[in-house]
Design a protein around this ligand. Structure first.
Ligand SMILES: [Zn+2]
Ligand SMILES: [Zn+2]
Length: 305
């Protein structure tokens, strides 16, 4: 997991500069979307990414997060993609995807796997090429999930030390990489000495939700937290009414979770460009003593993980 591409940063209404939400990740060759709003396919093309999507993790079935699912199914069918396409989302996802399949006249060659998830507590929902995907129910106007991608820790060989000893690469090194001590040319090589653990990175995606005091635990120590902040902090009433976060709510969760970097997204159409939210976030982060780096990404920007 090296980068996430932010395909859309709007909320309910797409604007000239902002598309509906979607985040694109390549997990060891698997193309993964978190949310798939209207226009996601064009954003994938604009970003120069592969359109052969393998997984769509839908947070919830409000249109801004899911109107693009039918479009992806249509294109994968026309591309004769062998699939399967896996679509996961909150309770009711099976019915929602079946409605899409019944409504549109697809070629229906593409195998599709569908899974509805109810995650009252953090739940491991999928493993993809050395990455674990977790989900948790969050509180919104409809059933909604937050997601986390956690890359597995990897044990790497200290090649520099082996070279010094004159040990050449060979098949026995795979045991060392697996954490086992080996003997080469009469020399015992301890895994503890000749390998190191590279900690896996983690990314958390939280949208749409109201503030709850325990939700930060799901994002604990995330390297990257992508979180909605639909409204400015002076619009707390609207945020409550529509069950969204303000900038202050989002930064509070960021601070509580000790996330490394925070990306605010899902902005209301009233913020024509992100300048106002960016300034507010920077001022608030300072006054809150937030250590994390805070950014408001534009559409098609890449987040290095
Ligand atoms: Zn939304
Ligand atoms: Zn929503």
């Amino acid at each position: 997991m090296d980068k996430a591409t932010v395909l859309g940063t709007a909320s309910a209404f797409p604007t000239k500069l902002r598309n509906h939400p979607s985040i694109y990740l390549n997990l060891g060759g698997a193309k993964v979307l978190f949310d798939c709003g209207e226009g996601t396919q064009r954003q994938i093309r604009s970003a120069g990414l592969s359109p052969s999507v393998d997984f769509i993790f839908v947070t919830h079935w409000h249109g801004d997060h899911s109107l693009g699912v039918g479009g992806i199914i249509q294109s994968l069918n026309m591309m004769k993609n062998e699939g399967p396409l896996t679509v996961m989302g909150p309770s009711g996802t099976n019915a929602s995807v079946k409605h899409i399949l019944d409504t549109y006249k697809f070629y229906k060659r593409l195998p599709i796997k569908i899974r509805s998830i109810d995650a009252k507590k953090e739940l491991l929902v999928k493993e993809i090429n050395g990455h674990n995907i977790y989900a948790i129910n969050v509180k919104h106007a409809v059933k909604c999930l937050g997601y986390k991608v956690k890359e597995n820790d990897v044990r790497n060989i200290r090649k520099d030390l082996l070279e010094k000893l004159g040990v050449k690469p060979g098949p026995q090194l795979k045991f060392l990489k697996a954490g086992k001590d080996i003997v080469v040319g009469g020399k015992k090589l301890k895994a503890s000495q000749f390998t190191y653990i590279k900690k896996g990175r983690s990314l958390v995606y939280l949208t749409d939700l109201v503030y709850e005091k325990n939700i930060y635990k799901f994002a604990k120590d995330a390297d990257v937290l992508i979180i909605e902040s639909t409204f400015s902090s002076n619009m707390q009433n609207q945020a409550k009414e529509f069950m969204h976060l303000t900038v202050k709510d989002a930064l509070t969760i960021a601070k509580q979770s000790c996330a490394g970097r925070v990306y605010l997204t899902h902005l209301s159409q009233r913020y024509e460009n992100s300048g106002e939210i960016r300034k507010e976030a920077a001022d608030l982060a300072k006054s809150m003593g937030l250590k994390a780096e805070v950014a408001v990404p534009d559409d098609l920007s890449e987040i290095i993980i």
